[in-house]
Design a protein around this ligand. Structure first.
Ligand code: ZN
Ligand code: ZN
Length: 344
């Protein structure tokens, strides 16, 4: 047997071993070779790539990385049809986990993040096209079709920037009904004081009887304000009534005339906490805007309206601004019930 010995100054010289030494070396060599094979197997597993995104797989039995594995499970739980699943994977392969509407990078791990990845019906109630978006945009988009969403966002931005009045439009999928929020009977409310002036305390209309404080229309609003707003501070209620008394039934944010008769209208008057969670200041706005505003402050809401418009119109990347009052948590534990990484 001949071995190679490295000598000083890196010169390599062949040397010959006696028979006994050769045997020992050959046995040790075999062991060493086995170890190499073993570790190369490990290397092989480590090198196995996720079939969707190319990142290392979760474990040797999985074809997915941990992110794609959880994501695949969420789709499975939702029982999306195979062609929907296929389309979603094709999207992810092409773009990665980014919001379909805004291109913002999605958060795949923290269900409390406004950028947590959620599924969205591209057209409300239509199960044939599902896209991924973030909790924030999903909330803002509410029951709107994509086209309606962009049109209302753009109209809001135009109001904010150029004072172009907002126009009411028909929304195909809007199905909120604020009549379901609570009874609106003027008679059921002993909390309304009788002023005896003969004119409605909000709109100034002549009353049939001086025993009333409000006309029937305004009585409903007042009751709603005081019953929805069991938690609104009395001062906040007084202030918003005074606002309506002087300005009429107009949206605080956009100046748009509000609908006060049809609780199913997107333009129906509702009350919105100016700062989420804070009952000391409430303002009238329309149902749609109140939904779109989510847990955003007034500033944040306008920021996103403008950022979305610039993204849509000019392709400007949306800089993420963390909503300071964000208080939503996606129920991911429910969706991942029974999930283990080895399943997929
Ligand atoms: Zn992956
Ligand atoms: Zn009135």
């Amino acid at each position: 047997m001949v071995g190679l010995v490295v000598k000083r100054h890196n010169s390599i010289e062949p040397i010959a071993f006696p028979a006994g030494v050769s045997f020992i070396l050959a046995t040790a060599g075999r062991e060493w070779y086995r170890k190499i094979i073993k570790s190369s197997k490990i290397l092989h597993i480590r090198k196995k790539k996720c079939c969707r995104c190319g990142k290392p797989v979760a474990n040797d039995r999985s074809i997915y990385c941990p992110t794609c594995s959880r994501f695949a499970f969420r789709m499975k739980v939702r029982r999306y049809p195979p062609e929907v699943v296929k389309a979603i994977w094709a999207y992810i392969k092409k773009y990665g986990y980014v919001c379909y509407y805004t291109g913002m990078l999605l958060n795949m791990t923290d269900p409390e993040s406004p950028w947590f990845c959620v599924f969205d019906h591209w057209a409300p109630h239509d199960p044939t096209k599902i896209v991924i978006t973030c909790a924030l945009i999903n909330g803002m988009k509410t029951d709107l079709a994509e086209k309606e969403f962009w049109s209302i966002v753009r109209a809001l931005a135009n109001f904010k920037r150029h004072h172009i009045p907002l126009r009411k439009r028909r929304l195909e999928f809007w199905d909120h009904d604020y009549a379901l929020a609570g009874p609106e009977s003027a008679l059921s409310s002993p909390i309304l004081p009788t002023r005896g002036t003969g004119i409605c305390d909000i709109c100034g209309k002549r009353l049939k009887s001086i025993m009333f404080t409000y006309c029937p229309r305004c009585a409903k609003i007042a009751v709603r304000l005081k019953s929805d707003g069991k938690h609104y501070s009395p001062q906040a209620v007084e202030e918003v009534i005074s606002y309506m008394r002087t300005k009429g039934f107009v949206c605080y944010f956009t100046g748009m005339r509000l609908n006060i008769t049809d609780p199913t209208s997107p333009w129906y008057l509702v009350f919105n906490r100016l700062r989420p969670g804070d009952n000391s200041k409430i303002v009238p706005t329309f149902a749609l805007l109140s939904v779109m505003k989510l847990d955003l402050t007034e500033d944040e809401f306008w920021y996103y309206v403008e950022a979305l418009t610039d993204y849509k119109d000019k392709g400007t990347k949306i800089r993420k601004r963390t909503p300071v009052c964000w208080n939503r948590r996606y129920p991911i534990e429910e969706e991942l019930k029974g999930y283990t990484e080895t399943d997929l």
